[in-house]
Design a protein around this ligand. Structure first.
Ligand code: UDP
Length: 195
């Protein structure tokens, strides 16, 4: 079920159901899907930022990212089962990616961090396919080349760690050119996984 919280949609799914829904996206053909893990800060900023509100309204899946969102949904009378954060969802998708043979692309964080993230994930999931990595400190004029690099790598999943809301804006802006089946922003997750 999709509820509405202060104008933004939130999908009332637990982690397991969220992962199942993402698996369904892959069955639906090649349309790019965009997931937002909605945290209170984003929802707050979207109240007077039409671009951010439109972006979340257009997302294919919106997860409740934070106890504040879970609490607010309960208060509004539309409870959601549990919080589904960006890093938790990413870490739940990695074993599925390994099993299903989905290639992943890691975009974002300081130079070297996406590579270290990939290395650490490979230690735990040796058969995981890393389609590519790129750091998140690039100039606007470099973006076209990065989009091309990702599109050519043909990942199934794109994780973007540029911080909120830039990562969401970036995915939205380029998703049709990227042609990646499922993309999501993951904030500071690469820094955590890279250690
Ligand atoms: N970052 C980046 N490029 C930038 C600014 C930030 O790749 O121009 C990365 C930063 O290195 C970090 C992530 O974006 O890995 C943002 O993490 P943060 O925890 O601040 O994001 P939030 O979870 O608050 O969205």
């Amino acid at each position: 079920m999709r509820i509405k919280l202060l104008g933004a949609p939130v999908d009332a799914l637990n982690m397991k159901e969220t992962v199942s829904q993402i698996k369904e996206f892959f069955k639906k053909g090649s349309k790019p899907h965009f997931i937002i893990t909605l945290n209170p800060e984003y929802l707050y900023r979207a109240q007077d930022n039409e671009e951010l509100m439109k972006l979340v309204q257009g997302a294919d899946l919106v997860t409740p990212d934070g106890t504040g969102i879970v609490w607010a949904a309960k208060m509004a009378g539309f409870p959601v089962p549990e919080r589904v954060t960006g890093i938790d969802l990413m870490l739940n998708l990695i074993p599925v990616a390994e099993q299903e043979g989905w290639g992943i692309f890691l975009l974002g964080a300081a130079p070297g961090v996406a590579e270290d993230t990939a290395k650490n994930l490979k230690k735990q999931y040796p058969n995981l396919i890393i389609a590519g990595t790129h750091d998140g400190y690039f100039k606007p004029q470099e973006e076209a080349a990065i989009v091309k690099k990702i599109a050519e790598a043909k990942p199934h999943l794109l994780f973007v760690a540029l911080g909120m809301p830039r990562q969401e804006q970036w995915i939205h802006r380029y998703k049709d050119q990227l042609g990646v089946p499922v993309s999501m922003g993951v904030g500071g997750s690469f820094d955590v996984i890279a250690g």
